[in-house]
Design a binder for this molecule. Structure first.
Ligand code: GTP
Ligand code: MN
Ligand code: MN
Length: 584
């Protein structure tokens, strides 16, 4: 009994009765606690110390080889009514799901320590923040939660004050892929996760709480929980504009959030500030604008491809006090991954075996780093502001090798919601399954929306009401390819050129051409100074493939019908209006 909150004590006692741990530890988040946990994990091999001289305080964790990514086919939303989970989620009746999970949890912590982790998603003193408690038998989870959330005594104090919290129960179990489930009970604000130690499945504050459960809470309480980065762009005039952007997993959120301006922009005085790289909670303020917080306190970023060239801020962030999961190591124990481009070579691969390029890459393609946001050189001082930051623009985007131009702007909020609902992207290594297949991923929330997408679209539409001063909505595509299969747009730092146009549109200073799919910049509307683009690139990045878009809108119309009668009529009409305009 360590809390003043009886309901919390009672839940911990019930879980302990079921799982039968050898010991119970309430996490206070202190340095001493952290040091003891790390020492224990070093002793049993869960963590391997990295080179202290080059990477002080940093550790390598090698996960079970079958446990390296989120498992969407084993992730369930368990609502009383099946329709409330929607066609976008796997569903199980709550009673059946509890019975299934409790059978797995029965006695599963014997010989292990049960950790109670009170945590707060968002600044501890923010009205936009929400709290949870994760019970886990994994010290690796505790160490990661300490970086990714505000964890420990201050969170517990807030939970005791508020009396409500999201309950997350996790056990790594036997890591048997046949006995692995991630279950969400949004009506009970409860998560049960068994059989995986991987981040997205095991760090319950992140995808499970901050997206699936929070999206449900947000709908009831009138806010939005989104799979979005948040960044601030400071202009040479000293104004800072905040943008939230939703891209599917491994499509460049962390990269964009930490963007380094191209040389010319830097000299002119442009700066980019990172507020968040993965999750955004936003809610209308008294002035009608949407205010956003990053509910997380750290970054759980994809390591492969991160280099001094592609993402110098991320690379600088992970020089110390970082947990690396499933990367390779050099002969002198420095972390190494494909694309790090640092002149070193891997000695061991992510499974700890001698590196052999014929066998497997040195790092798993979904290898990750966990690091405190405070270590990021571009971390925005406003990220800790309890009021959040006002959002000027919302940007949707995905990996589209063909058809979709570099950037376009939605005409209004309803059109913007359709642009989000119709988002498509080619799949990546962030989830298990085939890579490179185009699928619809509305608002990049397909794996994360905790309720029926039709209701979710209706919730989005509901923000357009008297007094609202909503952000402008855009769509970007950094991944358009030429006939030779190469990317046509340089991307990364040069994406600031697109963001500048977006800010210009919001301020009414940048030009655009009106088309049926929205406002597109003419080439001259973007600052392309110093960017070498072929004629093919210019045509494909800024042009509109009429026939291609007609086919796309027919496909969007068919996909929207999957949501059945719950689909908001306004969205269907918007799709039909644009389809007609394309046919004219
Ligand atoms: P999650 O953290 O899984 O939600 O994904 P994320 O959206 O943060 O993805 P991340 O930033 O880690 O994306 C990494 C991948 O996107 C790498 O393959 C990068 O090379 C690629 N990428 C990021 N920005 C760009 C860009 O501007 N152009 C191109 N071509 N690739 C990019
Ligand atoms: Mn993500
Ligand atoms: Mn990321």
């Amino acid at each position: 009994m360590t809390s003043k909150l009886e309901s919390l004590n009672q839940w911990v006692a019930e879980v302990a009765h079921l799982t039968r741990p050898a010991a119970i530890h309430w996490c206070d988040g202190s340095d001493a606690e952290h040091a003891a946990l790390i020492a224990r994990m070093e002793a049993d091999g869960t963590l391997v110390r990295l080179n202290e001289a080059t990477h002080p305080g940093s550790w390598l964790h090698r996960s079970h080889p079958d446990d390296v990514a989120r498992v969407e086919h084993l992730t369930f939303v368990c609502t009383t009514e099946r329709e409330d989970a929607g066609p976008n989620n796997h569903w199980m009746a709550p009673d059946a799901a509890h019975a299934k999970m409790d059978a797995l949890f029965d006695g599963c912590m014997q010989g292990r320590t049960l950790y109670v982790i009170p945590y707060c998603m968002g600044p501890i003193d923010s009205p936009l923040s929400r709290c949870g408690v994760e019970i886990t038998d994994s010290p690796y989870v505790v160490a990661n939660m300490r970086i990714m959330t505000r964890m420990g005594a201050p969170a517990l104090a807030r939970i005791e004050r508020e009396g409500t919290f999201v309950k997350g129960l996790h056990s790594t179990g036997e890591l048997d892929p046949e006995r692995r489930f991630i279950m969400h009970f949004p009506e009970e604000l409860t998560i049960k996760s068994y059989g995986s130690g991987y981040g997205g499945n095991a760090l319950l504050g992140k995808k499970c709480h901050a997206l699936r459960i929070a999206s449900w809470q947000a709908r009831q309480e009138g806010w939005l929980a989104e799979h979005m980065l948040i960044l601030g762009i400071e202009t040479p005039q000293g104004q800072t504009h905040y943008i939230a952007a939703a891209f599917p997993s491994a499509c460049g959120k962390t990269n964009l959030a930490m963007l380094i301006p191209p040389e010319g922009y830097r000299r002119a005085g442009w700066k980019v500030w990172t507020v968040g790289d993965d999750i955004c909670w936003m809610r209308p303020g008294a002035d009608g604008r949407l205010y956003a917080i990053n509910p997380e306190a750290g970054f759980f970023g994809v390591a492969p491809g991160t280099s001094a060239k592609s993402n110098p801020n991320a690379l600088a962030s992970v020089q110390a006090n970082t947990i690396f999961t499933n990367v390779g190591v050099t002969a002198d124990n420095q972390p190494w991954w494909e694309g790090i481009d640092n002149g070193l070579a891997p000695a061991l691969d992510w499974r700890g075996e001698p590196f052999d390029p014929a066998t497997r890459p040195a790092a798993h393609p979904n290898a990750r780093f966990t690091v405190s946001a405070r270590q990021c050189p571009s971390y925005s001082p406003m990220a800790e502001d309890p009021q959040g930051v006002p959002i000027s623009a919302i940007v949707f985007g995905g990996r589209r090798a063909s058809l979709v131009p570099l950037v376009f702007q939605a005409r209004d909020w309803t059109h913007g919601v359709l642009v989000g609902a119709a988002m498509g992207s080619e799949t990546t290594a962030a989830a298990t399954g085939a890579v490179g297949v185009m699928r619809r991923d509305p608002m990049a929330m397909k794996p994360f929306c905790g309720y029926n997408f039709a209701d979710y679209f209706a919730h989005w539409l509901s923000f357009d009401r008297p007094g609202a001063r909503l952000p402008a909505v855009f769509h970007v595509n950094w991944f358009r390819k030429g006939d030779d299969g190469k990317f046509l747009w340089p991307g990364f730092g040069d994406n600031l050129r697109v963001l500048e146009w977006i800010i210009g549109r919001v301020q009414g200073t940048a030009g655009a051409v009106e088309t049926p799919i929205g406002h597109l910049p003419a080439e001259a509307d973007l600052n392309l100074e110093g960017v070498a683009l072929s004629d093919e690139a210019r045509a494909k990045l800024f042009g509109l493939d009429h026939a291609g878009w007609q086919a796309e809108f027919a496909s969007i119309g068919r996909d929207l019908e999957d949501y059945g009668p719950r689909l908001p009529e306004a969205l269907r009409q918007e799709q039909q209006r644009i389809a007609r305009a394309l046919a004219a």
